[in-house]
Design a protein around this ligand. Structure first.
Ligand SMILES: [Zn+2]
Length: 490
């Protein structure tokens, strides 16, 4: 079975809003300190720090869902050192860099819990086809011929560009040639879990399961602790491309290396049926029975858990990543997200690969996650805007075991945050900021992206990637792929 099969078979309490959070981004209110939006350094005598980020609103996404009106976040050496009213922050600190906050909302960067980044190069190569036709006539041939470290480098750079553009600051990736992926993430400044893919067949970077586990361990050894933004992990594909022995071996290797696992979990009716036939029980129950959840597991999709399996996910603290666009486009089904959240399962959001989405826009995932649950349950009250924005930030960070570092804007956490501009007409008028972020905003509205205190995008300009070069290289490679497919399909 071709490895690209992995792509196809493939949060709450009510908001503590200041009164103004239900009104348009406010003009400067009278606050006790002078000039809350003043240019840096607001106070040359203040403590010297690296960065201050301002916003009409700062959505901290902390447990209380606190919102600071006319707020600011102070950052030094990659860490959030203070969050509060801009006037206070400006009087205490003097920053080297300041991101002004007029008509902007500051919130934590988004967490994309499941992606195959390099597949941006196969974006739209073929759509609306029966699954096996799409695979066998388009995706597989393109992958067999083209997926090498160069493909992965260009595709991952393209994905990082799009994610920085769209305000994603952390992603969990699963693809081939993980050293190349990690190198790109290292350079472009994002935060990522990079999987060493394990699959029981020949793939672009291994001869089979044993080989991919051995190569995965070596990759993890090379990258573990090297860069605090990059966590090397294992990415076993599924229980239909790996047998029980191979899955047990992967869990053992992950536990020895003390790294999490990311896997496609209960994604399709095919997978569940295969599991019943092969292992005598449904997918999640099978994994639980072999001790696969003895260690952090990030389960992508989880469209078909049984009622009995949902409590298992909660008890074993499996991080579930919901990918609504991919589930709809591939017709995988509707994940019981509401039931999982009610049962206490940690649920985040993801885009899946760009070949089955076809973009990496987490704003769209938020919106579709909400809409899909509402129409499925025939109940517009389920999966509220505040729940889905939590899933995209703190909840996603919890699902992948990173909530102590990112996902909320509180003192001591890493400075992964974004500014969303409210300049576009579709924000007029603004009654409720969170409603607009979930039901209106898209990746084009993100103004600034900061990871670990480094500004990766400022006022829409990408600073950490040569986007002209990436565009040129991606376009050239896509032309070669298109020519090869045309020749093959003649
Ligand atoms: Zn996937």
């Amino acid at each position: 079975m071709n490895p690209l099969r992995q792509v196809l078979a493939l949060l709450l309490p009510s908001l503590i809003l200041t009164t103004a959070a239900c009104s348009p981004p406010a003009p400067e209110p009278a606050l006790e300190a002078p000039e809350p939006q003043a240019a840096a350094p607001a106070n040359p005598d203040g403590t010297a720090i690296d960065l201050i980020v301002h916003g009409n609103y700062v959505l901290t996404m902390d447990e209380q869902m606190s919102v600071v009106e006319n707020g600011a976040v102070a950052v030094d050496e990659g860490v959030i050192v203070a969050v509060g009213p801009a006037a206070e922050i400006d009087s205490r600190y003097s920053a080297t860099n300041v991101l002004q906050g007029d008509n902007r909302i500051v919130l934590p960067g988004l967490v994309n819990g499941h992606s195959h980044a390099a597949m941006t190069l196969l974006r739209g190569v073929a759509d609306d086809l029966e699954l096996m036709t799409w695979l066998n006539d388009y995706i597989f041939p393109a992958e067999v011929e083209f997926v090498d470290p160069e493909f992965v480098r260009i595709g991952t750079e393209l994905a990082c560009w799009e994610m920085i553009r769209g305000g994603t600051t952390t992603f969990v990736d699963m693809y081939y040639h993980p050293d190349t992926i990690a190198s790109v993430v290292d350079a472009c400044g994002l935060r990522a879990y990079v999987s060493a893919t394990v699959i029981g067949q020949r793939s672009p970077d291994a001869e089979g399961a044993q080989d991919s586990i051995a190569k995965g361990l070596a990759f993890i050894e090379r990258w573990k602790g090297k860069n605090s933004r990059i966590t090397p992990i294992f990415g076993p594909h599924s229980n239909y491309t790996l047998n029980e022995e191979q899955l047990r071996a992967t869990r053992l290797a992950a536990n020895e290396a003390r790294v999490p696992i990311s896997i496609h979990l209960s994604e399709s009716p095919y997978e569940v049926e295969y599991s019943k036939q092969t292992y005598g029980t449904t997918s999640i129950d099978f994994y639980n029975s072999i001790g696969f959840f003895d260690g952090l597991t990030i389960g992508a999709h989880v469209v078909w858990p049984t009622e009995e399996e949902i409590p298992i996910l909660a008890e074993r603290k499996v991080g579930v990543i919901h990918n609504p666009t991919s589930n709809m486009k591939i017709a995988s089904g509707i994940s019981p997200v509401t039931a999982m959240l009610q049962a206490g399962v940690r649920v985040g959001l993801g885009t899946d690969g760009a070949a089955s989405n076809n973009d990496l826009d987490m704003w769209e995932e938020m919106r579709l996650a909400a809409f899909l649950q509402k129409v499925d349950r025939m109940d517009p009250t389920v999966l509220s805007a505040s729940t889905v924005i939590t899933m995209a930030t703190r909840g996603g960070a919890e699902a992948i075991g990173l909530a102590d570092k990112v996902g909320s804007l509180t003192v001591g956490r890493r400075a992964d945050l974004i500014q969303v501009s409210f300049d576009d007409v579709h924000f007029v008028p603004t009654y409720d900021v969170i409603s607009h972020l979930v039901y209106v905003a898209d990746e084009q509205d993100v103004a600034s992206t900061v990871v670990d205190g480094r500004i990766l995008m400022k006022d829409g300009e990408i600073l950490s990637l040569d986007t002209a070069r990436v565009r040129r290289e991606a376009t050239a490679l896509a032309a070669r792929i298109q020519a090869a497919l045309a020749k093959r399909n003649q």
